[in-house]
Design a protein. Sequence first.
Length: 857
Amino acid sequence: MAEYRQMVPLLPLRGGGGREAQVVAQSLGARSPGQVPPNARPWLSSSPAQSLPSASSMNGRESMKPGAAPLAPDRDVVQFLSTIFYVNETDDAAVVRAIRVGSLRGSCSVKWSTQDASAMEGKKYNAGEGMLHFGPGESVRTFEVGIIDDDNFDTALEFDVLLSEPMNCVLDPRLSMSSVMILDDDLFPSNSFKEVIELHSEPALYETGFSLLWGFIRFCFVHVPTIQWKTILVLLLANLGNAYYLATIFLRVYLVDTVLNTEDPSAEDRLWVTGDRTSTAFLLGLAWVLPNFILLGTDYIEMKVLEMGFNIRYHLRVNLFRKYLRYTPESRAEVPIQDLKISIMEDIPEVVSEGYMVIFELWAMLGKIAMVSIFMLRKHPRSAIPLVIYPALIVVYLIRTYRRRLDLMAKEGEGQSDTIGSLMHVHNARRLIACFDKEAYVVRRFEDVLRQQRKLTMDLKSFDFWNGQLIPWITLLAIGTYIGISPMLVLRGTTSLGAFVATIGVYKDLGDRFSTILSGVESLSKAISPLAGLTMQFNLPTDIPQRAEVFAQRQKFALESHQQAPMFDSIPIVFSNVKIDHSPTMHTGAGCLSTQAPQGSVIHVIGPHDSGKGQILKRICELQPDGSGTIMISPHLLTLQVPHEPLFMESAGVFGNLHLVSNVEKNFNRNVTARGKRIMQRLGLDKEWIMAEYESEEAAYVRGAENEVVDKAMSPFSCYEEEEEESAEEEDEGNKTWASQLSGSEKWRFQLARAFIYDPHVLVVHRPVDNLDDHLKETVMSLFLEFVEKRGLENNLEDLAQTQRRPRTVIFSTGRATQTSIADYVWHVTPDGIKVEKGPRSRRAAGEAMMPPGPAV
């Protein structure tokens, strides 16, 4: 197909906040009303399970009550071309396309606007809004949203684009909102470590040392929200405490040398209240106490307003979790789930605490040392010698122990990961272990793992113990030496008694301060090991670039196909040289699959086991390996592949597993839940206990949605941690989950019910009837046919008429050579490759003679 390049001039529209937004109007396949094919029909899909604009805003500003007939069934439908668009951070703007489906007669318009999601306006993109106008025969419009490029690392963030205020058209409920994903090209924590990061080696990151830590500190200071101004304010407030500390030193000297010194006649003249030692002592006590009220207030402000640890932990955890969900299979293999758990629950808090928050403690201690230096240099300069000795010894110590500490920490972390990994492996294989009576062997292996972990832990503890003795012993020797030379200082009048006593206390404080500084610097060095691991995990490859490439190919395919035929409903699913590497017949040459699947059809894939049928179906919805052919699907079609093995979320019940939503979706109402019950009933999942579970959860979800009460723990996708009863922590045979009480057939039908509720445009199912009896086979096949013919199942309460919804396509496989009465096309997997022939349904429609029936499904 020739690449489409026709574009009309740019139309300037006013963006949000006075910004100019550019709308690029595209006229694809523009035709006058008389040129529209007579068989063109406005098909479009819908779904109740999305939190989207109300029915009144989507249907030409006309309201519709639940249960009423769909409004304006003769109007065209406007929607986005895809549920997600991709843009590189280095691009000037994101290109977003909206399409019009229907007769294309007359003109219509919709408003577009942007909305923050994980990407924030002004930081990652420029907000905008405008109107999209479709003239007669025009079906595609394009607008652009400006992208902001920066040098700060982010995982792939997204913002939303919305359609609203339709005029002379209606909006698709599901596709009136789309996301724009921004592909970030920066590295964590800084692009300056690119060469080291590309080595994929933690030891190489260790060699960067404190420069890696400095990059992390700069990242937090510049990029994490609110951290910059909070950091500056906390550093300033720390000076108040240091000033008070210096004042207390001089107050102690003044108390001994002046207030309590009755032998010096001149002391009377230095009293705050001349001649009154009692009043002066009272004022001295007030001067000691009253500033603490100010310090208490600043401490409260730091705790209540200036808290930073949670913000940094939250930012890192969310980004790492988002990154993990987008990992490639190779990246996920490098980060086992136990390593992810340790990173999120232990490494991130450790890096934040010992890699960033510790700088405030170091700043406070350095300030106190500066105050001590002022006092010692004023009272007895030679007593300030430890101010030189302490830093020199600390520097030598850090240089000598840095690498050893990181090695011990890395080994201790690996031991902890091995222990958690052993537990997780045993949990996943506990039934297999019990079946083959391997409990004793597993326990012995676990004992070996624990012993090894203890050895690594004790090595690190021993190292920390001996290194922790450095500063206390230096302080002890300094104080002992100073006491030993006291006669030469005090009796000869070189130093006053008050200054001498205060200096001993200062030496003690000085040792404590330098000990704290050493601990802080050690904390910084300790943070390098987990920071190196996090740096590796944050910079592992994701599948987003590959998804963006596939999207670009499919968008180009859809636009070129649409240029030849104006109706999006006529764009087929195109298979081109698709091969399955491990299939005996479809791995090369003539065995490759090259065909088309029209929208609105039922495709039946027949073949023996292990012939590659399941891999073909998986390829429709998954990313395609390089060199294995292409499957082109227009991006406006929502696809869903139902795997053969039952999948359930253990943390959710019947309702949560069926709808895959949380109660925070305000549009989730009883009409939607009633549809779920009807679909379950039609699939024979209406046992009393199942419906009781469903209805009890339904009431809680709907009540929470109506009252806008967000119960985080109810959501199956919740990341909030709560205390669980011990009996619920581990499920055994005496405490079965609801899913374990379902039969194998019920589990499979539950998956089908979930798929019908999701209501995809292309439903792909592997072996849906192989393990069902004849009655259930007939039920499932009839539901597939109804799903295609009515463009959805039990969708009688939708905002769109049936003719306005997208056509539905079903592609399913069976494990043996059987005939079905519902298939439009049958793909036979044979030793010579795949042979495509018309099915019974398309033959009946064409009036062709039927083939002799085979085994019925």
